[in-house]
Design a binder for this molecule. Structure first.
Ligand SMILES: Nc1ncnc2c1ncn2[C@@H]1O[C@H](COP(=O)(O)OP(=O)(O)O)[C@@H](O)[C@H]1O
Ligand SMILES: [Mg+2]
Length: 396
């Protein structure tokens, strides 16, 4: 294949290793400076210029977009997506993983363990927010920090309040997060490629520092992960739309707590710690997937008028319970089940022999009008006010 590595650091360890791994496997590879692209929307079809000339054809790209150029970098990746060029990390995934709040919001509905987090704006809501995540000591984070910069441990409620007020007064948005004290000064970095963890390491902070970032002097050691850590890392990367990712997890008392998902993980520390050819596994994965460029599924499936995607929940009282998918009558109503979610496991392309259980969720494509009656009522929050009595109250 012909591969472009998008990077502004051609001589860095990671870029060099990826380039060499591609060459060793007989691929054609170029390192292209992300900032030298021109997005060309003047013709009939989406196109790209590089250094002022029309870019030649590539089969795949590997974006290594630095934090300081997220906007332009993801625009370039998006343009490659429009041109049906394969990328393991989508522009959507890179954008979302950059912002700690946005990433946490996206992951939060998928039953992935995360440190309790809140986000408030008004001064009057700060104390209650800190208490909601367990009180002081509490972690305060800038939304777009990296390398440990912008992550603060506030020892008391008063200090936390002062820090948050100071940051907000300079127009910085901050997250308030439970301090996971059982994992103080330690975390796990899992490198996910495709649907598996190819390498993992534990990072340990120096002295009484609580941040274990290598840039803050943390040291690293190879670890073999338990299955729950592997599963959390792979699912977090998949949900974020990243096929190459560094997933950072704290070691909580109840298991893994995902903190962040990095879309351009550095390879030096983890290859040295584990002695594994991670660059090679990334190139092999791209080579294996290159025939499947990103398709905006939702957009493609909603261009036929009256058709769309919906999630049908099998409720306990539903007459679907106990029936097979074949007997459910969905097909006859022009509805196809794409996936069946049961608990945290997902069955892709469920067979017509599958027996439906209460609590199953079917992701379906079909006629919206047919699906309307099968969609459960909107999820209600728990009721906080007392129900009215059945009998009206008469005034005396
Ligand atoms: N809620 C927390 N509880 C305990 N330690 C934390 C918590 N959040 C972050 N840390 C420590 O701080 C480090 C940096 O935090 P992180 O959110 O990964 O920011 P960055 O993007 O700057 O690396 C982590 O690697 C971890 O060691
Ligand atoms: Mg981090």
């Amino acid at each position: 294949m012909k591969l472009a590595i998008l990077s502004r650091a051609p001589r860095s360890y990671s870029t060099q290793r990826l380039r060499t791994a591609a060459l060793d496997r007989g691929h054609e590879v170029k390192v292209l400076n992300t900032l030298r692209f021109g997005i060309d929307l003047s013709g009939d079809e989406p196109d790209l210029q590089f250094r002022g000339k029309r870019l030649s054809h590539y089969d795949a790209i590997l974006p290594r977009i630095g934090n300081s150029i997220t906007y332009f970098g993801t625009a370039v990746v998006r343009q490659f997506e429009q041109m049906d060029v394969y990328t393991p990390n989508t522009s959507w995934g890179i954008t979302n993983s950059r912002d700690k709040l946005r990433a946490t919001q996206i992951l939060s509905r998928h039953h992935i363990g995360m440190p309790a987090t809140t986000f408030v704006r008004d001064r009057a809501d700060v104390i209650a927010a800190i208490e909601r995540v367990g009180g002081a000591p509490v972690v305060i984070k800038l939304l777009e920090g990296t390398q440990g910069i912008g992550v603060i441990l506030a020892p008391t409620l008063k200090v936390a309040e002062a820090i948050i007020e100071t940051l907000q007064s300079t127009r910085q948005n901050v997250l308030i997060q439970r301090f996971v004290s059982e994992s103080k000064g330690r975390d796990i970095r899992a490198l996910v490629v495709g649907d598996r963890v190819v390498a993992a390491m534990r990072r340990v902070a120096q002295g009484d520092e609580f941040r274990s970032n290598v840039h803050r002097g943390g040291t690293v050691e190879a670890v073999t992960l338990d299955e729950d850590y592997e599963r959390a890392a792979v699912r977090a990367a998949q949900i974020m739309g990243l096929r190459v990712a560094g997933v950072d997890m704290l070691e909580g008392n109840e298991g893994p707590l995902v903190m962040e998902v990095n879309s351009s993980p550095g390879l030096e520390g983890i290859e040295r710690a584990t002695d594994l050819d991670i660059a090679g596994s990334i190139i092999d994965h791209i080579d294996n997937q290159v025939a499947f460029p990103e398709i905006d599924v939702r957009q493609r499936l909603t261009v036929s008028t009256g058709y769309g995607v919906a999630e049908i929940a099998v409720q306990a009282a539903s007459d679907l319970v106990g029936k097979t998918l074949g007997e459910s009558g969905l097909r006859e109503r022009d509805i196809s089940a794409l996936t069946l979610q049961r608990g945290t496991s997902v069955i892709p392309n469920p067979h017509s022999r599958h027996v439906l259980e209460a609590g199953d969720r079917l992701l379906c494509f079909g006629k919206l009008e047919e699906m309307r009656s099968m969609i459960p009522g909107r999820r209600r929050r728990t009721r906080r006010v007392k129900k009215l009595p059945a009998e009206p109250i008469h005034e005396a």
